[in-house]
Design a protein around this ligand. Structure first.
Ligand code: NAP
Length: 309
């Protein structure tokens, strides 16, 4: 019987593992299928992690985290958790390989993935001119023109962020009204170098061996084709949280979630199910920053130790 099962090996899961094992829990296993470190390992430049003295890649930032956790006894299993269920105060984790684990407590730290828009060239140029992180990659386009796709809060907020470093931001949206909050729309409209390109479908992102050099759009009104010659395209068409392990056989979730499927937690990272916690991007109101995910992980672990007594 595990004291704690951690699902996800990003900043939230790793930090929870560190605090839980160093805090005295003996049998803690972190389940993660991929490279430890989470989605930040895909970022090319990090310069806002506190205490960091030089610019580094996400991979470099996360390199020593697993070793530090393992030093205190955190075990890592390369297994995919397909389902978490709870009966008689005990959690059962079913793995995709057919094996099962029992645990007294569970932390879901699976994060989220940026949604793909589905246009031609998106997969081909992803990471080579197409980005889903303005904070990570905006700096590469300092003084240049970029296009940004989407019409929600994330798109408009990131367009405003990019407008401060890029010469021009084309805000490409498939409608002419935005989902974003009115105040965010007002701020976006006040940015002189944001050009709204509305009522268009993205046909294709084009480029060569060096990366992206243009975006082809089709007007929904007159069907005319328009090309934007930009070296960078940012896509903000929503995010999908990775909440699958909490899905029960009847389609409901083991704990309360909001409409987006984000896990509802309190300030202790505790869900409405005793012993079940969530941390990082998978939870409601996540700031989607490494430092915040790490903070969530430590908060969860401290409270799990208290819960287990
Ligand atoms: P979102 O609100 O779901 O907006 C996604 C946008 O992308 C929509 O404008 C949508 O167009 C567009 N879109 C979706 N699929 C597309 C496709 N295939 N091609 C082109 N465009 C596509 O996502 P989000 O902005 O990531 O926000 C997610 C949630 O977090 C929202 O509830 C949001 O309010 C919240 N959020 C809040 C804040 C804040 O409060 N500061 C910041 C960020 C996010 P349509 O409008 O036509 O559907």
């Amino acid at each position: 019987m595990l004291d704690l099962a951690i699902i996800g090996g990003g900043p939230a899961g790793l930090t929870a593992g560190l605090y839980a094992t160093r805090g005295g829990l003996n049998n803690v296993v972190m389940f993660d299928m991929g490279l430890l470190g989470g989605q930040i390992t895909g970022s090319s430049e990090i310069e806002n992690y506190p205490g960091q003295s030089s610019l580094m890649t996400g991979m470099e930032l996360m390199e020593s985290w697993p070793e530090q956790c393992q030093k205190f006894g955190l075990k890592h299993e390369v297994k995919q958790v397909s389902k978490v269920a709870k009966e008689n105060e005990i959690f059962t984790l079913s793995m995709s390989d057919g094996s099962t684990y029992e645990a007294k407590s569970v932390l879901l730290a699976t994060g989220s993935v940026p949604r793909r828009a589905g246009f031609k060239g998106e997969d081909k140029f992803f990471g080579r001119g197409i980005s889903t992180c303005a904070t990570c990659d905006g700096f590469f386009y300092k003084g240049k023109e970029v296009a940004l796709i989407g019409g929600g809060d994330s798109a408009l907020e990131e367009a405003i962020y990019l407008s401060k470093m890029c010469s021009k931001v084309y805000l490409v949206h498939r409608r002419d009204t935005y989902r974003a909050a009115p105040v965010t729309i007002k701020h976006m409209k006040a940015c002189k170098n944001i050009e709204e390109v509305s009522n268009v479908d993205v046909e294709e992102v084009i480029g060569d061996n060096m990366g992206v050099n243009g975006l082809i759009l089709k007007s929904k009104i007159d069907k005319k084709i328009k090309q934007l010659d930009v070296p960078g395209v940012f896509v903000f068409v929503g995010r999908d949280v990775l909440n699958e392990p909490l899905k029960q056989d009847d389609g409901s979730f083991l704990c309360d979630t909001n409409e987006q499927g984000e896990i509802i937690v309190n300030l202790r990272m505790q869900t409405n199910i005793k012993g079940l916690y969530a941390a990082g991007d998978v939870r409601i109101d996540a700031a989607k920053q490494v430092v915040c995910a790490a903070g969530d992980g430590s908060t969860a672990a401290v409270n799990i130790i208290e819960y287990l007594g």
